[in-house]
Design a protein around this ligand. Sequence first.
Ligand code: PMP
Ligand code: GLN
Length: 383
Amino acid sequence: LNELFSSLPTTIFEVMSKLAMEHASVNLGQGFPDAEGPEAMKQIASASMYDFHNQYPSLLGVPELRQAVAAHSEREQGILVDWATETLITVGATEGLASAFLGLINPGDEVIMFDPMYDSYTSMAKRSGAVIVPVRLRLPDFSVPLEELAAAVTPRTKMIMINTPHNPSGKVFTRPELEAIAELCVRHDLIALSDEVYEHLVFGGAAHVSLRSLPGMKERCVRLGSAGKTFSFTAWKVGWMTGPARLLNPIVKAHQFLVFTVPSSLQRAVAHGLDKEADFYHSLGPSLEAKRRYLEAELTALGFDCLPAHGAYFLVADVSKFQRPGEDDADFAKRLTAEGGVTTIPISGFYVGPRPPTHLVRFCYCKEDIKLQAAVERLKAYV
Ligand code: PMP
Ligand code: GLN
């Protein structure tokens, strides 16, 4: 058995969603929206199946989606992309991330990653042989400690990986933070992997800036997106990557033997979405802001200390006031599900470095208002 995977626990999202079902709790744990994406995309996906798009497409993806990804990159971030050599369609961003680690990393390469981080990164990076060098974002606003970041670079550093807007915190990296990261990449000739699946889920005066749009980064940065987040179709598992051909080529080689390709009916629907449904993804930020504002006000009134953030669909709250002696965040989240009827995600498991905080849980608020209200009522009755 493989040592890494045979000792790995099941991902916390699956664990908490299962627990939520068992206890019929209000599930504000796993990140998936209640409201679905554009109707036209569903129609195109199903019509494509009756229109003979049911055999293997190119391993790179269907041309119309690759062209739409390139056009979207230029329109939204001003990054010119040659669709024929600089795009790849993946089975969600998850497969893109795995292919990127496999295609770019040699055993022993150091990869600087920010703690806390989305849980799929760690294992796939390690399986590729990477040595993860975690740099801890600073509470309460998950800001980047620029001096620590600079000090983390060694002659063995191959890559800096970022995720903005950030899971689990909702933090949107600021332009000065991104400029500092870009400057380090250029100075030390590093490559960058930029997970931007939540690029459109930004509000409160914050703006999403792609790391790839900064000077010197186009030639060294691979950027990821996801139809799961952009169109609220998380089950479709369609993702995309853009990057310079020299970096994308080895990633494509990993992708060809991990999955080979992605269902073409879904790719065609996502191409329509990127080309024609900008109103949909541009509306997500304001709608999420209203939900966050509601939940944050109610949680604050109950005594939770909510950490500031302006993106994605997550709110991290300090629950130390409500923890029992000896109880960590995972114990608290399990008790809250079983006894309080509300499910959250404990975030200590998202940390790689030593002594992670054990007083923080993540609420996911991309849910119907009625569900958020039900969660608040249950919390009022319980905590
Ligand atoms: N990156 C981040 C930061 C995520 O939160 C997620 C989760 N959904 C993914 C990647 C994976 O995206 P996908 O569902 O497209 O595989
Ligand atoms: N990205 C989602 C979250 O953070 C979950 C994805 C998954 O369950 N794999 O909640």
